[in-house]
Ligand binder design. Structure first.
Ligand SMILES: Cc1cc2nc3c(=O)[nH]c(=O)nc-3n(C[C@H](O)[C@H](O)[C@H](O)COP(=O)(O)OP(=O)(O)OC[C@H]3O[C@@H](n4cnc5c(N)ncnc54)[C@H](O)[C@@H]3O)c2cc1C
Length: 261
């Protein structure tokens, strides 16, 4: 069983702040982590390897500092870690990100299963997993909270807003994993030492993925960000200071003025 897990390095916060002048993310002072649901995907892959044997490969596209995320994946127990890093990949939207990941996975040769997190906590689109499955032309099951593999068939339970759904498909397939799936293991101390002293994070650029620069990075991104901004803070509410009957009269009058009544 050859399992590829896509992991994204993200700022350690749900409160992504934007520079109001440039419209870009403020990353200074914010530590980076592996996107939380990618850790659930890693845990699922490692558990599966323990059951069925095989190899787990973690792959990430990002700047050179994403090396840390891949070292953490090695310390958790993955067999191989690949960082896709090249100026030609910069400025990628979700489609170009999925294309780059897809090209790299094809370069790996045969694979059985691709696991992605459901959604990244910074970009927040939940598009990369499904787009990657489309690129690789394999079936996908999203929002997976539980799955099992038998006779090269995967049976997965996916979370819906009002219940759940059980789907089955043949391998190779892509699943996007939710935080309900498991509790990710912590890297061990010897694992961390090994990951930094003995193991290697392979670095692949545009030559290794054999990509067409027109299809990658900013050039290959059909999405154009016109402007990014934080919504203005809500204005404070007004407290009507009066006796109850008078306060109610004033409230009704103001609501009528605003056509709310
Ligand atoms: C026009 C445009 C320009 C952009 N320019 C930049 C930029 O210069 N720098 C920048 O940092 N971001 C940039 N972004 C944001 C970037 O495109 C997204 O962060 C990225 O495509 C992933 O989308 P997402 O965060 O919504 O991931 P989601 O779709 O929510 O992620 C789902 C899952 O896909 C996998 N995944 C997502 N991204 C990666 C990755 N990079 N490597 C491995 N696995 C991954 C993970 O398993 C993740 O859990 C840009 C976006 C647009 C639209």
């Amino acid at each position: 069983m050859r399992i590829v897990v896509t992991i994204k390095q993200v700022p350690d916060t749900n409160e992504v702040r934007l520079d109001p002048r440039t419209g870009t993310l403020i990353r200074e002072g914010v530590p980076s982590i592996i996107n939380p649901e990618d850790k659930n995907a890693l845990e699922a892959a490692l558990t599966l390897r323990e059951q069925l044997g095989g190899e787990v490969i973690a792959i990430s596209m990002g700047p050179p500092q994403a090396d840390d995320a891949l070292r953490e994946a090695l310390a958790m127990g993955v067999d191989r870690a690949i960082l896709l890093t090249d100026r030609a990949f910069a400025g990628a939207d979700t489609w170009a990100t999925a294309t780059t990941l897809g090209m790299a996975i094809q370069r790996l040769g045969q694979f059985d299963l691709v696991l992605a997190g459901r959604q990244a906590i910074d970009g927040d689109t939940a598009q990369v997993g499904p787009q990657l499955a489309e690129y690789l032309n394999i079936p996908q099951i999203t929002y997976v909270r539980e799955f099992a593999i038998q006779d090269r068939q995967v049976k997965a339970t996916r979370t819906l807003e009002d219940g759940f759904e059980v789907l089955e498909t043949a391998l190779p397939a892509l699943l996007t994993i939710t935080k309900e799936a498991n509790k990710p293991r912590y890297p061990t101390a010897p694992g961390i030492i090994r990951a930094y002293r003995e193991q290697t994070v392979e670095q692949w650029g545009i030559q290794e993925v054999q990509g067409d620069p027109e299809k990658l990075g900013l050039k290959g991104s059909p999405t154009q960000v016109k402007r990014s901004f934080s919504p203005p803070p809500k204005e404070p509410g007004e407290i009507i200071q009066a006796a109850p009957a008078e306060a109610a009269r004033q409230l009704i009058s103001r609501m009528k003025q605003r056509n709310l009544l």
